[in-house]
Ligand binder design. Sequence first.
Ligand SMILES: NC(=O)c1ccc[n+]([C@@H]2O[C@H](COP(=O)([O-])OP(=O)(O)OC[C@H]3O[C@@H](n4cnc5c(N)ncnc54)[C@H](OP(=O)(O)O)[C@@H]3O)[C@@H](O)[C@H]2O)c1
Length: 240
Amino acid sequence: MSKNAIIVIGANGAIAQAFIKEQRARYPNHPLITISRGNMPLLDDYHTHIECDYSEAQINLVAENIKASIQLSQSISIFNGQLHNGQFGPEKRLEDINERYLTWLLKTNTITPMLWLKAIGQHLTHQSACVITVLSARVASIDDNVLGGWYSYRASKAALNMAVKTASIELARRAKHCKCVLFHPGTTDSPLSKPFQNNVPEGKLFPPSFVAQQLSNLIDSREHNTLVDYIDWQGNRINW
Ligand SMILES: NC(=O)c1ccc[n+]([C@@H]2O[C@H](COP(=O)([O-])OP(=O)(O)OC[C@H]3O[C@@H](n4cnc5c(N)ncnc54)[C@H](OP(=O)(O)O)[C@@H]3O)[C@@H](O)[C@H]2O)c1
């Protein structure tokens, strides 16, 4: 049984990798479980890596295999999310909406994290006391949407926000010391933001290491109430 485990899902992303490094520096002897589509080198004897293709069956199996660690984890962080690939990118206007792109983003940004919430949630109890962080985005805010565009990404992350909000209501009944966080990292230097970095104002493109420190501070300082926090890298609340 892994007490105080740190569980990182989508571990090979740029922000996730920096977060793992930051967590290792803060908690060198805590069990670390990383999950990704691919392999990654083990950092030390306390580190376990699990490969997962993010199918529902594999997500359930992975969660079942680490259920004791989930139950007593200190943090579970879900980094999965995509924005573009060689073929598709964010829409500028209604005519750009494409079923395949929308379906891909809904799968990656909404369905995969929801399947993790389902698989994890059933192993959490009132004895659990973890912070469950899911990477969201400010553009998911319906109130703050003044620029328009980016239909699929906005919709997939807004749906994710609703799912995490709903999960937090249920967790209050079955794991009342678990805290859900929807986190906007700010524009961060990663493969996901690469094509959109030209218009970012000076000093507003964050290195993943900075975001990892901010996120770690925010996790450490969270009050374990049953409310979901939708916050940015500064800890400021974002309108729904
Ligand atoms: N970078 C930014 O400016 C920015 C801004 C706002 C929000 N975010 C959010 O932050 C999170 C991390 O992004 P990043 O910037 O670190 O980008 P990244 O380096 O491109 O990481 C991509 C993430 O998505 C996962 N992933 C890739 N393809 C997937 C698929 N087909 N199905 C499920 N998961 C898949 C990866 O997991 P594996 O370990 O399996 O590869 C990894 O966790 C995302 O949710 C993103 O939406 C980023």
